[in-house]
Design a protein around this ligand. Structure first.
Ligand SMILES: [Fe+2]
Ligand SMILES: [Fe+2]
Length: 324
């Protein structure tokens, strides 16, 4: 029989002791993986607590779901498919990740325990580099003293010789065939966000690349400094977030004579980080049923969504109730 405490032990083990084991850990603030993030928007800060968030340690768990960002969709799917525990990568906040309701009320209703594991999971494995086809020989997780400004400089794997090889590798590993990306003419989904070359072409050679994440505070002068330090760099690879032309980073890369390629978007973190986490839980607790909740967000024009009756309903409600 697997209990919630066994899952906490596994998470603590795979993160080499980064989890919150009891409430004292929190109050004494000894754990550097208890991180508060704030854009200084009043009332919107959130503190990550690696470990058990809801439920109790003696709850039995037969089936666990690994998710990236918890929402009411996940909670309803968990209840409907007899999931006893959810582990979410991105941190949760009351009402935010539970459809505007209190996490406790919602999760207790379905008897689901909830764990989170975010920064405590980061940096434990080199998967992101491997997926993009390189092995880092320099890494910095807070370049220029900016926490989270992660930089890798790596050499490509022997089979990666061109930018096209990187794109093919990503499409192959992520299972992105044309069918998946075309879907319906009117609808676009989050898996459409495949890699893209912004400077250079599919035949451009690549050997030494700098792998950065544009949402973390990386600047064109950081790029300039790193190219001075590692003059072999021939390519800028961005992943998680991307840039759209025109952008200062693209201009700087162009000035420095570098290729520029966008890799996987954040959408694919469920594969990059979620799958290894799910596999590790399964390896430790083979009797546990482990599932992954994969999100696909679909963009649908208002004129096409749902049924004719529902579109008429929306028009009626809007006209009758939602105007001055
Ligand atoms: Fe993420
Ligand atoms: Fe992450």
């Amino acid at each position: 029989m697997v209990l919630a405490r066994d899952i906490l032990d596994v998470l603590d083990d795979i993160t080499k002791g980064r989890c919150l084991k009891n409430s004292e850990d929190f109050s004494t603030n000894k754990n550097p993986y208890i991180v508060t993030k704030s854009s200084n928007i009043p009332g919107k800060a959130i503190t990550e607590l690696p470990g058990l968030i809801c439920g109790n340690l003696d709850m039995e768990v037969k089936k666990i779901a690994v998710v990236m960002t918890l929402s009411e969709h996940d909670i309803e799917l968990a209840a409907a498919t007899k999931v006893d525990a959810i582990i979410t990568h991105h941190p949760v906040a009351d009402a935010c990740n539970s459809g505007g309701l209190l996490l406790k009320d919602y999760l207790n209703l379905y008897n689901i325990s909830l764990f989170e594991l975010h920064e405590a999971l980061h940096g434990l494995h080199p998967g992101m580099s491997w997926i993009h086809g390189h092995v880092p020989y320099y890494s910095n997780f807070s370049y220029s003293n900016i926490p989270g400004n992660v930089v890798y400089v790596g050499e490509t794997l022997p089979e990666i010789k061109t930018l096209g090889d990187i794109l093919n590798r990503l499409n192959y590993l992520m299972g992105l065939n044309s069918h998946m990306c075309l879907s319906n003419n009117n609808e676009k989904n989050s898996l459409c966000l495949r890699g893209e070359i912004l400077l250079g072409n599919e035949n451009s050679s690549v050997k030494n690349l700098i792998h950065i994440f544009p949402h973390t505070g990386f600047t064109p002068s950081h790029l300039e400094e790193l190219v001075l330090k590692f003059p072999n760099i021939d390519t800028v690879l961005v992943s998680f977030s991307r840039v759209f032309s025109p952008h200062q980073l693209i201009e700087k890369a162009n000035e420095l004579g570098l290729n520029f390629i966008c890799g996987n978007s954040h959408t694919f973190e469920i594969f990059e980080n979620g799958m290894p986490l799910a596999q590790a839980i399964k390896d430790y607790l083979p009797d546990l049923e482990v599932v992954i909740f994969k999100e696909v967000v679909t963009s649908v024009p208002l004129e096409n969504i749902s049924t004719v009756q529902m579109r008429d309903y929306a028009k009626y409600i809007s006209k009758k109730y939602l105007h001055k």
